[in-house]
Design a binder for this molecule. Structure first.
Ligand SMILES: [Ca+2]
Length: 443
């Protein structure tokens, strides 16, 4: 939303409210969470051994891909993105940090463990060697509450009570055995495909960044930005060691999905979103020695401007979809573990409640988080310019006004931030990647 028009567009706003009223009414009323933030003390921080630092495969000399952290609130979209990232050789998923959002932190934890276990089963299905424990991703449970809970939305129940299509609620799918214990106590040798950590989400983010060379690790954030903002507030210098932050969130030039103005991830923690967008202040891709000047600042113990790339709701206007045909003719026919989990999750979307979940005249679904994942892969592969249209915006997020809470606001002068926003791109490329990497039985 252009900031100069912000207070002047009340008539247009009223029309927009009417337009979007039906869609908004279809969403369940957001619930407020009274649970305490599930952050643990990390008095038992494990020393990071050289062996642990070898990376996901733990095989020196082999290119393991760009190290990434995924911060996520699983969610159907999130699970699809986690599966895609864990199967993509271009990236090395060092950690997955969980945040409440689509799901409360309990459901988010179970769904995160479910995603990992499915990848373990997929490896076994294709007789692939399971990486040794020190080569597995870390799973860290993070924030159960927004930075400022009085100014946040809370879980919306859009994807069912369990947030992944009611597959557990309806008994369509068995949750992993002892998932709760495993989330906190897995040593990576119990079929989980991850290692637990004594650190909470924000501290795990800082730990990973501290133990990776500066400006080499990307954070892919596809939920509310509570964990990231908490990590930044604890230690902005270490936080700015991230190479870039790729975010799914915000509605920049389009209307919102949780209110007429706001997209869910930003509305679920507006203060956190505003902090993280602000970390890009002073970032300028056109500056020749940007990388070196960022490195210099970090080495001097100062925080550096961060590269922030945003995949907003606006992308829904493009052609990034999984179609009915994809679901009924390919996904549903798969015998793979990923095929079976996805068939169950997407049953809500394509079979039980298509009128609520399908877009493009009821023909296809839009999975925003996995679109952000594909955008990250394109950045890593050096084909971003080829596949995406983007523009830099001076963006901030409304953190107080109840009507506009979580809205993305922008103006033309670069005062608060300098965020690269993807506004369109190659939808066929997205669909092909999803269908070949996730939904194929000859991987
Ligand atoms: Ca998400």
């Amino acid at each position: 939303m252009r900031i100069t028009q912000y207070w002047l567009s009340m008539a247009a706003a009223a029309a927009l409210v009417l337009d979007t009223f039906t869609a908004i009414a279809a969403l369940q009323q957001p619930q407020r969470l009274d649970k305490n933030v599930l952050l643990h003390d990390d008095i038992n921080i494990l020393a990071s051994s050289p062996k642990q630092q070898l990376g996901r495969r733990g095989l020196p000399g082999i290119d393991r891909g760009e190290p990434i952290i995924i911060d996520t609130d699983p969610g159907v979209d999130d699970v699809l993105n986690i599966l895609l990232m864990l199967l993509s050789p271009e990236v090395d998923v060092r950690a997955i940090t969980l945040v409440r959002g689509n799901a409360d932190i309990e459901n988010a934890t179970r769904n995160g463990v479910t995603a990992f276990q499915t990848v373990y089963e997929q490896y076994k299905y294709f007789h692939q060697r399971i990486p040794p424990p020190h080569g597995l991703s870390v799973l860290a449970v993070g924030a159960g509450k927004a930075l400022e809970p009085d100014y946040a939305m809370g879980p919306d129940g859009f994807m069912g009570k369990d947030a992944i299509g009611d597959i557990f609620t309806l008994g369509m799918y068995d949750p992993p055995i002892d998932w709760r214990t495993k989330a906190y106590e897995s040593n990576g040798e119990d079929g989980t495909f991850f290692r637990s950590t004594p650190r909470n989400g924000p501290k795990e983010i800082l730990h990973q960044l501290k133990h990776t060379p500066p400006l080499t690790m990307t954070i892919l954030a596809v939920g509310p930005l509570t964990n990231l903002a908490t990590a930044y507030n604890i230690d902005p210098v270490t936080f700015s060691r991230a190479k870039r932050i790729v975010i799914m969130g915000g509605a920049v030039t389009s209307s919102g999905n949780i209110t007429p103005y706001a997209e869910f991830n930003f509305a679920d923690d507006p203060a956190a979103a505003n902090i993280i967008l602000g970390t890009s202040k002073g970032f300028d891709e056109a500056t020749k020695d940007m990388h070196e000047s960022r490195l210099k600042l970090i080495k001097k113990g100062k925080s550096a401007p961060m590269e922030v790339v945003l995949l907003p709701l606006d992308i829904s206007q493009g052609n990034f979809v999984i179609t009915k045909e994809d679901y009924f003719e390919q996904i549903k026919k798969l015998d793979t573990p990923i095929g079976k989990l996805s068939t169950a999750m997407l049953d809500l979307v394509f079979v039980r409640k298509p009128e609520k979940h399908l877009e493009k005249n009821g023909e296809a679904m839009i999975s925003l988080d996995s679109i952000a994942g594909v955008m990250l892969l394109d950045l890593v592969n050096g084909v971003f310019e080829k596949n995406w249209e983007s523009k830099y915006f001076d963006l901030r997020v409304e953190t107080r006004d109840s009507e506009y809470l979580g809205a993305s606001l922008y103006h033309d002068t670069k005062n608060y931030s300098n965020v690269r926003v993807a506004l369109n791109g190659d939808g066929d490329h997205y669909n092909e990647l999803m269908m070949t990497r996730l939904f194929s039985d000859n991987i």
